[in-house]
Design a protein around this ligand. Structure first.
Ligand code: GDP
Length: 195
């Protein structure tokens, strides 16, 4: 029951995350991809994840508790042009480490605006996740921005392209506005959390 989600901690970096036990699922995406909105929609809590006003500025990792030993991790948005290169590089390094070393991490949800899917950094992240044997859900957000024809076409194109990652990669469309895709998102998460 994702409505029971509560805030756990805010960590400045991956070394400050809660103990590496149980099952963890992480949400990641470019700044403005609709990650906070999706987390709020999933948990039916409007204020849970702060929707970004200054994208890419705060690099905090927010962690949430779903149930005993079941966590949701809100990773900082990436791809924001104004972030200094050194900060970007540091973040990429620690993100790679997190994906590779975190034992409790079961799956990664990569949120991408349906109008701009599979940018370079998205692809890099998906590659890392697949290399780390994680399950991956590509969530094509703001699906309400496209009419049904183009929406379906993009979904099929991204599904086709996702085969190249050669891993456990699922693709769904999603809209925080219309709630389209919410059931599918919950089903994937239920599966990962073993519920
Ligand atoms: P984040 O930076 O990835 O956390 O993205 P936000 O959740 O803050 O969303 C970025 C912008 O996209 C905001 O202006 C949201 O209102 C808008 N947005 C998010 N989800 C949707 C959606 O499903 N449909 C539409 N039309 N806009 C959305």
């Amino acid at each position: 029951n994702y409505q029971q989600t509560s805030f756990l901690t805010s960590a400045p970096d991956i070394t400050a995350l809660p103990p590496d036990t149980g099952i963890e699922v992480a949400f990641a995406g470019r700044s403005n991809a609709g990650k906070s909105s999706a987390l709020n929609t999933l948990t039916r809590q409007n204020g849970l994840a702060r929707t970004s006003k200054t994208p890419g500025r705060t690099q905090l990792i927010n962690t949430f508790r779903l149930a005993d030993e079941k966590r949701l991790i809100d990773l900082p948005g990436y791809g924001f042009a104004k972030v200094p290169l050194a900060v970007k590089e540091k973040w990429q390094k620690s993100l790679g480490e997190y994906l590779m070393k975190r034992q409790s991490l079961k799956g990664l949800v990569v949120l991408m605006d349906i109008r701009h899917p599979l940018k370079d950094l998205d692809q890099q992240l998906i590659h890392w996740a697949v290399e780390s044997q994680l399950s991956v859900l590509l969530l094509l957000t703001k699906a309400d921005k496209l009419s049904p024809g183009p929406r379906k076409k993009t979904l099929l194109e991204v599904r086709e392209a996702s085969l190249a990652f050669m891993g456990d990669v699922t693709v769904h469309t999603f809209s925080s506005l219309s709630k389209q895709g919410l059931t599918e998102l919950e089903q994937v998460l239920d599966d990962w959390y073993g519920r």
